[in-house]
Design a protein around this ligand. Structure first.
Ligand SMILES: Cc1ncc(COP(=O)(O)O)c(C=O)c1O
Length: 394
């Protein structure tokens, strides 16, 4: 197979491409190993590169429109990968998933209104709510003895009873690596229905579910009357986040209409030639690359578990169910993300501190294992040196 272990082992040189992960001077000391921002250090599928090169070779880059080929490429992908049927009119396009989160907050709530989230959660969930003058209602996830996280349905219902009308779900959940199952989603959606709450589900990590876990979209459980919305993108899946193209999907035409009206008023449009071209190629021709990637990431997750045991013996690693982001509890070494991040950086490894995901993440780190195994293992080795340093100065 073309996209085998050796393809992903190779990684690629990214310095000098203005890439956030490697080229951010304030984050990355010289020679550091980046295990932070959520993109992957792998070349994307040749099929995507070829499609972009072919389009670039045509010397006119005038205004471009979203066509049925774009929506059909996504529909075909969802059918093949998830058995999910979506109609053309249920899909809208937008540049980024975070744009969608901000749009839904603005379109569905007023300043001061409460919006519920399950925490700890990807930082822009909170920022999307608070930067628009709304109030984030944080319903903390519960961790069991096996370190797996669960939804606190009782607290969520209380939040809904207190006047929440919008709920932002992260599915699969970044950073705690949970792939929400059908039963949990059933329970969630029945609560949303009972209290007439719109659920906006960020499904950007949909493809990253490791067997036996399987991703279930809110779309597979909702109908035209329901208040449910999914945001999807090829950006994480195919490592093309810099192209900036995403989709919003709802069975309910009113939801899409409301969002489209808001996006229009805010001047947000889709139509970047390369974003559309690359995304279409990814959804149409990317399956072999994606299958190879998932095999590789599964092995990385297993290697990571061993490396945590070896280098960070007091750390607690949350079981990896989904995403390529591992959630590690390092409070046995230090309760402070500031200290942990500083020490890791001094030892040449850069991670995302748990506090980025809210106060619940203090003393945790998120490790991005979407990179060649050798890079990940070197990062873990350096983390081990850093915690030894912390222990010595205690
Ligand atoms: C859960 C989640 N949503 C959204 C994003 C960003 O998506 P976009 O670049 O499309 O705004 C990320 C990136 O890490 C993410 O993890």
């Amino acid at each position: 197979m073309r996209y085998d272990r050796s393809f992903f082992d190779k990684g690629l040189e990214r310095h000098g491409t203005a890439c956030v992960k490697w080229d951010s001077r304030d984050m990355m000391p010289e020679g550091a190993v980046p295990l932070w921002v959520a993109d992957m250090d792998f070349a994307c599928a040749d099929e995507i590169v070829e499609a972009l090169q072919k389009r670039a070779a045509h010397p006119c880059y005038g205004y471009t429109m979203v066509t049925e080929e774009d929506t059909d490429a996504l529909r075909g992908f969802l059918r093949r990968r998830h058995g999910l049927e979506v109609r053309r009119e249920e899909i809208g396009m937008l540049p980024c998933v975070v744009t969608g989160l901000k749009a839904v907050v603005n379109a569905y709530t007023r300043p001061g209104d409460p919006v519920a989230i399950l925490t700890p959660v990807y930082g822009p969930f909170t920022f999307s709510i608070e930067s628009n003058g709304r109030k984030a209602v944080r319903v903390e996830l519960i961790r069991d003895e096996s370190l797996r996280y669960h939804i606190d349905f009782e607290s969520l219902e209380k939040a809904f009873q207190s006047g929440v009308r919008l709920f932002l779900l992260c599915s699969p959940h970044n950073p705690v690596s949970r792939v929400w199952g059908k039963e949990e989603l059933d329970h969630l959606l029945s609560l949303c229905q009972k209290y007439h709450v719109l659920v906006a589900s960020d499904e950007i990590h949909a493809e990253f579910a490791f067997a036996p876990n399987t991703f279930v979209s809110v779309l597979s459980m909702t109908g035209p009357e329901d208040l449910a919305l999914s945001f999807m993108s090829a950006s994480k899946t195919f490592n093309i986040a810099g192209l900036e193209q995403a989709a919003m999907i709802s069975r309910n035409p009113d939801v899409l209409r409301t969002l489209n009206r808001y996006l229009e008023s805010a001047g947000v449009v889709s139509g970047n030639i390369f974003a559309l071209e690359g995304t279409r190629a990814a959804y149409t021709y990317g399956d072999a690359w994606l299958d190879g990637l998932m095999d590789y990431l599964r092995q990385n997750a297993a290697l990571l578990e061993d490396a945590v045991r070896e280098h960070l013996p007091k750390a607690l690693l949350t079981p990896v169910e989904g995403t390529y982001l591992a959630w590690v509890d390092l409070r046995a070494y230090s309760e402070s993300c500031d200290l942990l991040e500083r020490k890791f950086r001094e030892h040449g490894v850069v991670l995302t501190g748990g506090s980025f995901f809210g106060p619940e993440g203090e003393g945790f780190m998120r490790v991005n294992f979407g990179c060649p195994a050798a890079q990940m293992l070197e990062g873990l080795r350096r983390m081990g040196e850093a915690v030894k340093d912390i222990e010595m100065t205690k």
